[in-house]
Design a protein around this ligand. Structure first.
Ligand SMILES: NC(=O)c1ccc[n+]([C@@H]2O[C@H](COP(=O)([O-])OP(=O)(O)OC[C@H]3O[C@@H](n4cnc5c(N)ncnc54)[C@H](OP(=O)(O)O)[C@@H]3O)[C@@H](O)[C@H]2O)c1
Length: 166
């Protein structure tokens, strides 16, 4: 799940480079009741465990701990923990919610992408990684003008991995 500007920017100064309330509402809807995997920098940026979701923080720091989160020290461990938590919650998805380092790990195996294309070209220092777009096909899109609490117009786009034929 990611919000990406036209120029690929997703972050600036370890924060989001925009305010998009409608996108945060979609993020909440899509993640509630599910496990989420996030990078340690993203977690620090958010500042707390979001309620109603099981948060898995990926870090190489063996001493890292934070209230209300699970910790994983490599990608495989994060996915395994996500699958265990998903089974416990009786859902069939684990959400990967960034930042860029974690998207890079997930794009090789993600089943679907929930993309918010932000129609702006903000300054930034963190970019969505390149990925093989031909591996995914679009299943849904919905364009939105900027609402009263949205800095920019945006389009929600859902993509799914193209089935691999034997
Ligand atoms: N636009 C969006 O939708 C969106 C979504 C999420 C985040 N963001 C933005 O993205 C930025 C943060 O992204 P980022 O790329 O700087 O950081 P990040 O991906 O959130 O976190 C990076 C950290 O994750 C840990 N890590 C990475 N790979 C690992 C591995 N293989 N094994 C174990 N730990 C690993 C390391 O933590 P340690 O250093 O602790 O070892 C690393 O420093 C912020 O600006 C945030 O606002 C944007």
């Amino acid at each position: 799940m990611v919000a990406v500007a036209e120029n690929g920017v997703i972050g600036r100064d370890n924060a989001l480079p925009w305010r998009l309330k409608t996108d945060l509402q979609r993020f909440r809807r899509l993640t509630l009741g599910r496990p989420m995997i996030m990078g340690r920098r993203n977690f620090v940026s958010i500042g707390r465990a979001l309620p109603g979701r099981e948060t898995i923080v990926l870090t190489r720091d063996p001493a890292f701990a934070a209230e209300g989160v699970h910790v994983a020290h490599d990608w495989k461990e994060a996915v395994r923990l996500g699958a265990d938590l998903a089974a416990h919650l009786e859902v069939n998805e684990v959400a990967v919610v960034g930042g860029a380092e974690i998207y890079r790990l997930a794009l090789a195996c993600a089943h679907s992408l929930h993309l918010t294309r932000v129609h702006a070209r903000p300054d930034g220092d963190i970019f969505f990684p390149d990925y093989d777009a031909s591996a995914f096909h679009e299943t849904w899109r919905e364009a939105h003008p900027a609402g009263p609490d949205d800095a920019h117009p945006f389009t929600f786009i859902d993509l799914e991995r193209v089935a691999i034929r034997p």
